[in-house]
Ligand binder design. Structure first.
Ligand code: IPE
Ligand code: IPE
Ligand code: MG
Length: 250
């Protein structure tokens, strides 16, 4: 279906405020074409650009992209190096696009442990885009949800130890705001590409009531139409948060 006809099916008043995406399938996309995996990652950047611009135009406020997991360090070192180099190149090149589209760059994950040039490039881009208002693009880098829960637990334990808070004051709100994602609302919609049906250590806490959307499309082929389809599917769902359908409609 052409993009325009899909766009007309989207209810502009019910755009998810926060969309999170597990961008998967770069390697398989490349393999299908007898290309090196790295080429798949390079084409994946094209999808990032398209999806970020489309999301911003639709009025999405936060777009979180799972870019590199803590577990991804276990890949062949050549691939890890290539991904890091691509990250540096892409950020350098795309800052202008972010500025043009009024998009603020953010990160979650332990970015201090990234290679120094990647860390520096990210810091600069975040600083340059910090006043942008239309959308926040959050890259999950060296991120895993369990790591985040551990670091938050440590921070809270420190506060208890110092007598700043009592154990009884630990509640869901405190945990949420101590996580790396603390400044962002919870995603209403999680998209995973490439036909895998798992969460791979991503936003375990934040997705407690998120709507999941899976597509077989490999990430390098995920385009505007694919995003429209995911949002249309999301808008057909009824979010009940434990209540009955009748309660929601009354
Ligand atoms: C996602 O694509 C990108 C990263 C995890 C960095 P993959 O590289 O996981 O692609 P597949 O799953 O091997 O096809
Ligand atoms: C999840 O994809 C991580 C990112 C997209 C960055 P993976 O390809 O690493 O996940 P698994 O290993 O298939 O679960
Ligand atoms: Mg994968």
């Amino acid at each position: 279906m052409p993009a325009n006809s899909l766009l007309s099916q989207i209810n502009k008043d019910r755009i998810p405020g926060h969309i999170a995406i597990i961008m998967d399938g770069n390697g398989r996309w490349a393999k299908k074409r007898a290309l090196p995996r790295v080429v798949g990652h390079e084409y994946g950047v094209k999808s990032v650009r398209t999806v970020a611009e489309t999301a911003a135009k639709l009025g999405v406020k936060y777009l979180t992209l799972y870019t590199f997991s803590t577990e991804n360090w276990n890949r062949p070192q050549l691939e890890v190096k290539a991904i890091m180099a691509l990250l540096v190149r892409t950020i350098r090149k795309e800052v202008a696009t972010l500025q043009k589209n009024d998009i603020r760059l953010r990160t979650i994950g332990n970015i201090e442990a990234l290679p120094a040039d990647a860390y520096r490039e990210l810091q600069e881009a975040m600083e340059m885009t910090k006043d942008n208002k239309r959308m926040e693009l959050v890259l999950a880098l060296n991120y895993s949800a369990r790591w985040d829960l551990v670091q938050a637990t440590r921070q809270i334990a420190e506060q208890v130890k110092k007598g700043i808070i009592e154990p009884e004051q630990i509640d869901e709100t405190l945990i949420s705001k101590t996580l790396n994602t603390g400044e962002f609302p919870e995603p209403e919609l999680l998209i995973r590409t490439s036909g895998e049906y798992r969460i791979s250590n991503f936003m375990l806490w934040e997705l407690a009531y998120g709507e999941f959307y899976f597509t077989d499309i490999y990430w390098p082929e995920f385009d505007q139409e694919a995003l429209y389809k995911a949002i249309i599917d999301y808008q057909k769902r009824e979010r009940r948060f434990g209540k009955t359908s009748e309660q929601i409609h009354k």
